[in-house]
Write a protein that binds this ligand. Structure first.
Ligand SMILES: Cc1cc2nc3c(=O)[nH]c(=O)nc-3n(C[C@H](O)[C@H](O)[C@H](O)COP(=O)(O)OP(=O)(O)OC[C@H]3O[C@@H](n4cnc5c(N)ncnc54)[C@H](O)[C@@H]3O)c2cc1C
Length: 55
């Protein structure tokens, strides 16, 4: 889905955009995908999903 990043910018298209990969975000993304497996769900995190935003 994320084809390439040019000069720090990328264009992504999706049906559901979840911003924040902390505790709530991945659950929201998971539930959206479960509700509609055909939906293109993107989870956007500014730092680190594994550590709830901590770098
Ligand atoms: C030290 C500490 C200990 C804790 N211990 C516990 C515990 O033992 N038990 C418990 O139940 N709760 C605990 N909590 C509380 C728990 O961490 C929070 O309630 C929970 O993480 C909130 O989830 P959230 O998804 O709303 O926010 P967060 O987990 O904070 O997630 C938000 C995410 O959004 C990202 N983000 C922010 N701005 C942007 C942006 N512009 N673009 C992209 N991404 C962005 C951040 O990087 C982060 O990953 C603790 C909290 C702290 C600080």
């Amino acid at each position: 889905m994320l084809d390439e990043i040019k000069e720090g910018l990328a264009e992504v298209s999706c049906d559901v955009l979840v911003i924040g990969g902390g505790t709530a975000g991945p659950m929201a993304a998971y539930k959206a995908k479960r509700r509609n497996p055909a939906a293109r769900v993107v989870l956007l995190e500014k730092a680190n999903v594994k550590r709830s935003g901590e770098r």
